[in-house]
Design a protein around this ligand. Structure first.
Ligand SMILES: Cc1cc2nc3c(=O)[nH]c(=O)nc-3n(C[C@H](O)[C@H](O)[C@H](O)COP(=O)(O)O)c2cc1C
Length: 204
């Protein structure tokens, strides 16, 4: 038996709550931007993923028109900082609806560092920064998807194992439903099976 849900009948907010409880866990893009006036903004976005491999493009969604989106439209650059476990409360605090002229870096007390390839600063204590140039935006109903071409990636040396970022060292947070957040649980490993190796498949 299943329980059925009709988005049309339920309406926006109840269905949004259902959707965000079943599309889980979601990685969190901690997005730093600069306004034209020079205020540094920082806000978490969990509607986030990789959009393209070549060129490397990431995407996040602004539900409504928020400061991060406005800044990116103005200055065409942003940084996706990984949201690490040890900054849990600070990350949540940067989701507060501060007025446009207030920098979350200052209000929450988050140290910044200069980026390499773009003007918005990086979060100094985050182990990963993906520096992006705006590629394009797509507006869908009440939301705008922002695509950013990654022009530089910086990973903390301490998070690297044998030349590769290691999830056990990155310790990323994830967003779940309601007010729930997740940490990385057990890490499983398995190789992809090529069709040629599938049991019963004979090589032609
Ligand atoms: C963990 C977390 C994830 C969030 N994900 C999103 C998201 O994907 N899209 C969005 O529009 N808002 C999201 N929010 C809410 C924004 O962070 C919040 O509205 C914030 O004030 C926006 O800041 P800004 O106006 O400075 O851009 C999230 C909040 C939290 C705490």
């Amino acid at each position: 038996m299943r329980i059925d849900f009709d988005p049309e009948a339920m309406g926006r907010t109840p269905f949004y709550k259902l959707l965000t409880s079943v599309v889980v866990p979601r990685p969190i893009a901690w997005v730093s931007t600069l306004s034209e006036a020079g205020t540094a903004n920082l806000a978490p976005h969990s509607f986030f993923t990789v959009a393209c491999v070549s060129p490397p493009v990431v995407q996040f969604t602004s539900v409504g028109r928020k400061d991060s989106l406005r800044n990116i439209e103005e200055t065409r650059q942003f940084v996706v900082n990984l949201a690490p476990e040890h900054l849990f409360e600070q990350i949540n605090a940067t989701g507060t609806d501060f007025p446009r002229g207030v920098s979350e870096f200052d209000a929450v007390g988050i140290a910044r560092e200069p980026s390499r390839a773009v003007k918005p600063p990086r979060v100094a204590a985050s182990p990963v920064a993906l520096e992006c140039e705006l590629h394009s935006t797509v507006t869908l109903g009440d939301s705008t998807v922002v695509f950013g071409r990654v022009v530089h990636a910086a990973v903390s040396e301490a998070a690297m194992v044998e030349g590769h970022p290691d999830v056990r060292r990155l310790r990323p947070l994830a967003r779940l439903g309601k007010d729930e957040w997740g940490t990385t649980g057990e890490v499983l490993e398995i190789s992809r099976i090529r069709y040629a190796d599938w049991p019963g498949v004979t090589q032609g």
